[in-house]
Design a protein around this ligand. Sequence first.
Ligand code: ASP
Length: 420
Amino acid sequence: MPKNKISPVVSILIGIGVGILIGILAHQFQLETLISICGFLGQLFLRLLRMLVAPLILASLTVGVFSTGSVSRLGKLGVKTMAYFIATTAIAVALGILLVNLIRPGSGVSLLGQAVSEEIARTQGMRVVDLLIKIVPTNPFKALAETDVLGIIFIAIVLGFGLVALGEKASGLREFFLSFDHLMLYLTSALMKVAPIGVGALLAEIIGQMGFAPMLPLAKYMLTVFLGLVIQTFVILPVILWAFTGLNPYRFIVKVFPVMATAFSTSSSNATLPVSMGTMEKEIGVSEKVVSFVLPLGATINMNGTALYEAVAAIFIAQAYGIDLSFAQQAVIFLTAILAAIGTPGMPQAGLFTMVIILEAVGLPIKGIGLILAVDRVLDMMRTVVNVYGDLTGAVIIAKSEGEKIDLSGRKTPAILNRD
Ligand code: ASP
């Protein structure tokens, strides 16, 4: 590392520290202009991230698929990835259900919540099957234009296999996608350099606007979710990572910290994709094949944090309404929370909407969501970190299972470890 170069982890920590400090000062002294400036910078960063998501997934996954080249290899990768996603999501939900039953944060909570927006109420009757069928886009350009991640994944897989099947006839297009992919990775790296400013500005804006006051009445509920997320992040996923790869999980957390900070400040798994894909390839050394497949898929369907949160929230609502849930009803919550998390798009506060699936399944009042609205923004930031962290852990485990070499010690340059 050349002299004077601050590591990405340190610079993001500085960004977070400065952002929090500015946010607290701006809130305390009502510095509206300062909040607006931070809001402007933060939104600019967010828009740049979102701008890269669709072309980045398209380019890197198309290249990933045609360099894998075989349906059976990709199929094997898919099965392993899905098994990991479902298993870790199930563990997260079980953990949430256990904690909320032990802590009982909903007992004795006043029922004065905010009104539930029409949009949330309209989610009633939404079925998971409807979400699944949308994986196949009817119009590929619309899927790209709307950053419909599952749709783009589907298009990239189809294109990738088409390019393999056509062989020499499609060599020009293959070259095009390879160059396009280099360009997207280059732009992603460039954007990662300004992440500390973007993350800090987003945090300053949120804290400047909200302060910490709205969280107090729901402190016990927040603490339950927080405790669950902490156990999932610092105990369960690290144990799984260590068991499957032998790598030091805490060294891994430090290396991917900039990704987690981006997830926290943007509250969006999708918007974090450029940073997560860039970091996993450049800092950890996971191959493009694995990164481009596991991370976009994970951003849309693997949501450990959301699953845990939704299970806790649903049971919290039942407790607040004095409704006793039977074991069978809790089992239904377990299953529907997994499905709801799979169906949650990686966007800010999307989990609030899919929670309706769980409440409906066990007959809990939809307007109960109003009780937790005030603190959802903050819990969204926290659960998004765990959603993304689960994907990162999955990518390393899958990479290792594919025979890739991962070295977290910093002795080797990760980028050259698994180059095809
Ligand atoms: N914001 C979360 C994410 O993007 C989804 C949610 O609302 O739970 O991962």
